[in-house]
Design a protein around this ligand. Structure first.
Ligand SMILES: Nc1ncnc2c1ncn2[C@@H]1O[C@H](COP(=O)(O)OP(=O)(O)OP(=O)(O)O)[C@@H](O)[C@H]1O
Ligand SMILES: [Mg+2]
Length: 234
């Protein structure tokens, strides 16, 4: 498939057209941002790690019956994906309290939740991606009720599958963010799944193996991404 013109450059990835209207090339950059781009930097080779980690995860989820945009990995930094119309919602699922949930409710980081919490955030950088409810999503026409039910069903299933997947390599899946899109009338999982979008803590030690190392200037950021890649490649 031929690489065409760039259609979007985001904080972490660039999207290119291809010679087919149904496919895009997703290029993973090393740029890192946090706190809604108030903090910026680069993580050496992050794009390569995230492309490879996302590949492993999408292949696993596809094999387990989750429809995703993943088609194939083209090289170190590029993935061929189905071109979707993104639902403008970030779907966050949490197993343990961390990040914005702790800030919002003054909870102690690490509090185990008695069941997963699913949050919707409206994808709008100017508004800092505010937390919204299912009612906002329906009432403002961001997704239909049928699509919301589908998104929830897939998100809980992905959480179960990914919790198992990471536990097998001694990582606790604390929380993660998903994006969905419409492809030929169906909802499918899009974007990426990587230490940029998942919180992963090493079982036993609690060592953070994700973008929180960058957010909090904890050091050894590259090493953590590399370690996650090496574990998921097992
Ligand atoms: N299969 C796809 N088809 C079309 N768009 C996609 C697909 N997968 C992901 N996207 C979108 O492509 C962009 C990826 O770039 P990146 O993650 O760098 O964006 P971002 O800076 O995080 O901005 P945004 O707030 O839009 O996510 C995102 O806007 C994402 O929603
Ligand atoms: Mg993004």
């Amino acid at each position: 498939m031929e690489k065409g013109k760039q259609i979007y450059e985001g904080k972490a990835k660039i999207l290119y057209e291809t010679d087919s209207p149904d496919y895009l090339i997703q290029y993973f950059k090393d740029d890192a941002t946090a706190f809604n781009a108030k903090k910026r930097g680069t993580i050496q080779d992050k794009g390569i790690f995230n492309n490879k980690i996302s590949t492993k995860i999408f292949e696993y989820l596809e094999a387990e019956g989750i429809p995703t945009h993943y088609e194939k990995t083209l090289n170190d930094r590029e993935m061929l994906v189905k071109r979707v119309e993104i639902v403008p919602i970030e779907v966050i699922i949490r197993n343990v309290a961390a990040g914005s949930l702790c800030r919002l409710l003054k909870l102690e980081e690490g509090l185990k939740l008695s069941e997963p919490i699913l949050d919707f955030c409206y994808k709008k950088d100017e508004l800092d991606d505010p937390l919204v409810s299912e009612y906002h999503v329906r009432a403002l026409g961001w997704a239909t009720d049928e699509e919301i039910q589908e998104i929830k069903k897939y998100t809980f299933k992905v959480n179960e599958l990914m919790t198992k997947f990471f536990l097998a390599v001694n990582l606790d899946l604390i929380d993660f963010k998903l994006e969905f899109g419409r492809f030929k009338g169906k909802i499918i999982l899009a974007d990426e799944m990587s230490p940029d979008t998942c919180r992963l803590w090493e079982v036993g030690t609690g060592k953070k193996m994700d973008k929180d190392r960058f957010r909090r200037d904890m050091g050894n950021v590259e090493e953590a991404y590399q370690e996650v890649l090496s574990r998921v490649s097992k």
